[in-house]
Design a protein around this ligand. Structure first.
Ligand SMILES: [Zn+2]
Length: 340
């Protein structure tokens, strides 16, 4: 058994206490002094969810100043050419490495937008042990058989943005996911603002980015209970910033993701640190970052897989080293995360 002590997140904020972890589960959460000598002291939180990854593209050599289209637009952005040309062994190796790094950074589950059709999902299945894998069809026009094949090996389907695809195609993929009872998700308003009415008609489990979203677009998500995953570091690379403070003010559920492996490693502290800065600059409360990091990630998992990330029910807690009195200093620390 491992005893983790310090500032324990309780869903509202932090209190002094401890968590006991045994057999891969958090078995007890308590207030006050820990009953054993702690194995680690700091900020005690559930293992984190990386809400948006493309874990296979770490090997892409990104040149500074490349645009979003040059880099990731299907079918011929640099990343897609790379994924077509690289060997399967390299992809499996890189995905596995990515998950190992994520694990050591205190991440329990990654939600991966896997390219490469059914084959891409099968490779992800070989490489990853605890991921939500959302596949992406490769056929240029809707192929019901292909979508069925992907859904037989993946947790669901996630598409690029609606601007990159034919509407009817997108609708059919969404319908196939709903018919199979599996989540459908997509990138929304990353490069340009997209038609939110159309996006909502697809009934996504969650949407990613929304950097060009208007208040009405954000409200549509808030009202429908559709979480928004934002990726501050990836957005920053392309000169964009999500209106995170406004999203929270309007009642949207915000979760965090690290996006493309070629741009950012799976490090939620780095993502949360940048979000805290954004919230401050936008007149919001930087400590809301914990809600996005922990509760937002948990909400996302509940919409993608029927598992809960709540304390005591599944994942073990982890400890972020916390050099100061305030838990917020834990986001600035580069010290290793304690993962029991
Ligand atoms: Zn993405």
């Amino acid at each position: 058994m491992k005893c983790l002590a310090g500032k324990v997140y309780d869903g509202e904020g932090f209190r002094d206490g401890y968590a006991l972890v045994e057999g891969g589960k958090t078995v007890e959460i308590g207030e006050g002094k820990a009953p054993y000598v702690p194995d680690a002291v700091g900020v005690v939180i559930p293992r984190m969810v990386d809400g948006h990854t493309h874990c296979a593209d770490a090997g892409v050599k990104v040149e500074p100043g490349m645009t979003l289209e040059e880099l990731v637009a299907p079918p011929d952005g640099l990343k897609h050419r790379y994924l077509r040309e690289v060997s399967e062994d390299t992809l499996v190796h890189d995905m596995h490495e990515f998950e190992e790094t994520a694990r050591s950074n205190g991440i329990g589950t990654i939600v991966d937008f896997r390219e490469g059709g059914m084959k891409g999902c099968i490779l992800a299945g070989k490489a990853l042990s605890d991921a939500v894998v959302l596949g992406r069809p490769v056929s240029p026009s809707f192929d019901g058989g292909e979508v069925e094949d992907i859904l037989s090996v993946a947790d669901g389907i996630a598409l690029p943005s609606v601007s990159d695809m034919d509407r009817r195609y997108t609708e059919k993929v969404a319908q196939a996911c709903h018919a199979a009872g599996k989540p459908f998700a997509l990138h929304v308003s990353e490069r340009i603002r997209e038609d939110m009415e159309f996006v909502m008609s697809l009934e996504p489990a969650f949407v990613v980015h929304m950097v060009e979203a208007t208040d009405a677009d954000i409200l549509a998500c808030a009202d429908a209970g559709i979480p928004i995953v934002i990726c501050p570091r990836s957005n920053r690379f392309f000169g964009k910033t999500a209106r995170a403070a406004r999203m929270l003010e309007l009642g949207a559920e915000v979760a965090l993701g690290t996006d493309n492996a070629m741009l950012c490693p799976p490090d939620m502290r780095g993502e949360a640190r940048m979000l805290a800065g954004i919230l401050s600059a936008q007149g919001g409360d930087p400590s809301d970052v914990w809600h996005c990091l922990i509760d937002g990630g948990g909400k996302l998992l509940n919409r993608t897989k029927s598992i809960s990330s709540a304390f005591g029910t599944s994942d073990p807690a982890v400890v972020l080293p916390c050099p100061g009195k305030s838990p917020d200093t834990a986001l600035d620390s580069e010290g290793p995360v304690f993962v029991p």
